[in-house]
Design a protein around this ligand. Sequence first.
Ligand SMILES: Cc1cc2nc3c(=O)[nH]c(=O)nc-3n(C[C@H](O)[C@H](O)[C@H](O)COP(=O)(O)O)c2cc1C
Length: 234
Amino acid sequence: MRYSRLLEFRPAKAGRDELSLDTKVPSRERDPDKSGKDLVQPTMVASIPINRDWHTINRRKLMSVSETIKARRSIRAYQNKSLSGELVDKLSEALLWAPSAGNLQSRKFYFVYNNTIKQALAQATHGQNFILQAPLVIVGCADIAKVEPRYGLRGTSLFALQDVAASIQNLMLVAQENGLGTVWIGAFDEDRAAKALKLPNYLRPVIIVPVGYSAQKPMAPPRVSQQEAIEIIE
Ligand SMILES: Cc1cc2nc3c(=O)[nH]c(=O)nc-3n(C[C@H](O)[C@H](O)[C@H](O)COP(=O)(O)O)c2cc1C
């Protein structure tokens, strides 16, 4: 496969894997005018008091994380309505702030608005043409070149995929929180998707996620019981 030729991958730059918090905070959050107005730091987030007022901030009913997790459904029909830049920014932040192995962030995301490329991606998904309805289609890729120097095979075959998955789950929950629908598409031809995006050979496309306003309200598919899923060891 195209991304298995590890010897061809370019080596990681020295020090790139030890990024400081400052280098990872997007510039618009770095308080350019020193007013502190838009500055978002993890400590400030952690200091928000968790009480009932939390649910009515901005006079809008906010869902808790647990409620959002349960309310999210796979959406396979979308309204013909575009996404605001503000929403896309929130989705991007959700991707960035997911955990990753060694904080290498061995992942890359393509935000596809282009209809021709969407068509090519739809063909790669064996005819899951509903993705064409979504205003935005995100392709999550594992970055083999970032992970391989430090973690070898475990990194390339597991960590980079988990890095992408953690980001995508974050994104899906933030999408749900903001009234958007998504679906995790794993059934696709990777080579065709890579070709559609002209990916370099160190990026492996592992997930496609259409994002948009839902045009359906699916019932929740059942889950197995806690007893079946969880083994308690005391
Ligand atoms: C790894 C993975 C691959 C999936 N692939 C597809 C897919 O190719 N097409 C699709 O419509 N849904 C796909 N799904 C979505 C599942 O069908 C869906 O999450 C499951 O039925 C539960 O429904 P819910 O998401 O509404 O809770 C995938 C989900 C996961 C986690």
